[in-house]
Design a binder for this molecule. Structure first.
Ligand code: GDP
Ligand code: MG
Length: 596
């Protein structure tokens, strides 16, 4: 396609404002998907996305659209809306010249509307503001149009009104995309440069790399080079997605497509790297992506330690498709070999664990998540702790915790409740802005460790679901934190240690010892369960002893029944971990470490 006829855009919005549904109508109206094959949220291809009704992966798809008899090629990217997937959105934005900013006409601007808009503006994208869901009787396009106009400084009359459900206004939206979004600006005659913005591992075809061509052209028979890695490969296939993979002979400046080289070694693909051709190589790489900053860390361990190599392999493959995941090997006395993983939030963590289970068939134990801390020891040495077991023993001079800037948008009648909640979570109010006469945007500084866990659920329940939250890391502050250890029969169990605010240490200790008391079956001896800060015990429970003579139950001569019982016991043992003399069932770990 000639570069002047290409328009690349992404659809951004707060979660549930209708991005994927608008994308559906675009696929249908442009004829890319016919009525027979159409299904709701067509681009949400993963099972987890369909079950949860949310978009996790950005999906790029090519659609044709004619304006005044000229056929244009639109590169459309549907993006996720949840705060945990901001990194996914940021990479998509970098592949586009424009963004369709959707706002639900029954809800108005929400927290992720703002964060996505600011990211798009940072990338100098042309913004097309759109009110969606105008088919709904509760839609208030005038009122929310006003909010949008105030926010981005446009004329309220220029805001398009569409319905992703009925398709109303979608042709006009496509016309506007063609007219307002600039064609890609790369140099078609320069040596080829393409940015890798995503990839996925396909067990048959190897790594599929998604690229956005910046300059020049790549042909399917030309050897390509990844500039960062310095490796060269012959393409097996080059193509575009519309709505499935369609091989093409070449990809030119401004086009979005994919490349397959048959390589299966996952270290041979890096999101953010630049691809060029071997014959006429570019000299300068494209600006890549900033490294994602994990917000929470947790250990992931195979249920059975023989699966450790499979887990490593699975993570290596998964990270191709999720550049925001970070991981490194870790060893736990209690859980064996596993990985310390960094995630962008709890939802992200759940999705990763779920994908490891489904796509790789692994049975896993995950430890309780925590944020990272900077700890200064008495001798001024300093470490960053992402795992409670790394927390230095002995005297500590200072501990710093990460803090985040949070935006909370709420109808004004809930402002008091939101302020109370933030207060309880050690929040510090910065300021308050009115979006309209009825809705307020509260800016708070909150410790990251107070936001990432149950804050959002509490916010929702205290505001009847109306308030929305967005946050980003902003810095750190000194905090009064301690490490609480859990001891089973006097032995510290590393998997249960936690770093908590001093005010919450006792509550954590009581909660954990009580949980374990219920979860660990009684054994032939008494088992003390203790919580401690250093050498100081802060909570204690006991599991009393039991004389467990199961064979006594089946006196008499039924030898087969006895044998069956013994076998059953043996099978049960496999699912046990020995902590000192104490047998702890796997389920106890899972239940004790679960976040809910
Ligand atoms: P996303 O999270 O922004 O991708 O939102 P989805 O496209 O998944 O839509 C969220 C919900 O809003 C779904 O239940 C859709 O059926 C519904 N929805 C989306 N667009 C419209 C619309 O224009 N009208 C109505 N009535 N419902 C819509
Ligand atoms: Mg979606």
């Amino acid at each position: 396609t000639p570069q002047s006829l290409i328009r690349n855009f992404c659809i951004i919005a707060h979660i549930d404002h209708g991005k994927s549904t608008v994308a559906d109508r675009i696929l249908q109206l442009s004829g890319v998907v016919d009525a027979h094959d159409m299904r709701n949220q067509f681009l949400d291809k993963m099972d987890i996305e369909r079950e949860r009704g949310i978009t996790i992966k950005s999906q790029a798809v090519r659609v044709p659209w004619a304006v005044d008899g000229t056929e244009y090629t639109l590169g459309m990217i549907d993006t996720p809306g949840h705060v945990d997937f901001t990194y996914e959105v940021s990479r998509s934005l970098a592949a586009c010249e424009g963004a369709v900013l959707l706002v639900d006409a029954t809800q108005g601007i929400e927290a992720q509307t703002l964060s996505n808009l600011y990211m798009a503006l940072d990338d100098d994208l042309e913004i097309i503001p759109v009110l969606n869901k105008i088919d709904l009787p509760s839609a208030e396009p005038e009122k929310y149009g006003e909010e949008i106009a105030n926010l981005i400084g446009c004329d309220p009359d220029d805001i398009l009104r569409v319905s992703g459900k009925t398709g109303e206004g979608i042709p006009e939206l496509l016309d506007t995309i063609v007219k307002k979004i600039p064609a890609p600006h790369g140099d078609p005659d320069a040596p080829a440069r393409a940015l890798i913005f995503d990839s996925v591992y396909d067990s048959y075809r190897g790594i599929v790399t998604y690229i956005r061509m910046e300059d020049g052209e790549i042909h399917s028979r030309e050897r390509v080079r990844q500039m960062g890695l310095g490796s060269a490969h012959d393409p097996i296939e080059l193509g575009v997605i519309s709505p499935d993979m369609q091989p093409t002979q070449s990809l030119g400046a401004g086009e979005v497509g994919y490349i397959i080289t048959g390589v299966k070694d996952v270290s041979q693909s890096k999101v953010g790297d630049t691809i060029t051709t071997e014959k006429n190589p570019a000299t300068e790489v494209l600006p890549g992506y900033r490294e994602p900053e994990p917000m929470v860390y947790a250990g992931i361990f195979p249920m059975d330690n023989v699966d450790y190599p499979d887990l490593r392999d699975a993570l290596d493959k998964l990270v191709l498709n999720d550049a925001s995941l970070v991981y490194q090997p870790e060893t736990s006395v209690a859980l064996g070999f596993g990985f310390r993983c960094g995630f962008l939030g709890l939802l992200h963590m759940q999705i990763i664990v779920e994908r490891l289970r489904r796509e790789f068939g692994l049975e896993l134990i995950t430890t309780a998540p925590n944020v990272h801390y900077r700890v200064i020891a008495e001798d001024s040495s300093e470490i960053t702790v992402t795992n409670p077991s790394e927390y230095p023993e002995g005297k500590i001079r200072a501990v710093y915790e990460p803090v985040a800037d949070a935006d909370i948008i709420t109808p004004k009648e809930f402002v008091g409740d939101v302020m109370d909640l933030c207060q309880e979570h050690r929040g510090n109010m910065k300021n308050m802005e009115y979006l309209s006469t009825e809705r307020v945007d509260l800016h708070y500084e909150l410790p990251l460790g107070e936001i990432v866990f149950d804050f959002f659920d509490q916010l929702k329940s205290r505001t009847k679901g109306y308030a929305t939250l967005n946050y980003e890391l902003s810095g750190e502050q000194e905090a009064d934190l301690v490490k609480v250890d859990i001891l089973i029969q006097g032995e510290r169990v590393d998997a249960f240690s936690a770093i908590v605010h001093r005010d919450k240490a006792y509550a954590y200790g009581v909660m954990m010892t009580k949980k374990l008391q219920k979860l660990i079956p009684r054994q032939l001896f008494e088992i003390p369960l203790q919580a401690a800060i250093g050498a100081r015990i802060i909570a204690r429970e006991t599991i009393s002893a039991l004389r467990k003579d199961v064979l006594a139950k089946c006196y008499g001569g039924d030898i087969t029944r006895k044998r069956k019982l013994l076998e059953k016991q043996k099978a049960g043992k496999k699912k046990m971990k020995m902590l000192g003399r104490v047998e702890v069932p796997q389920e106890a770990f899972i239940a004790a470490l679960s976040t809910d």
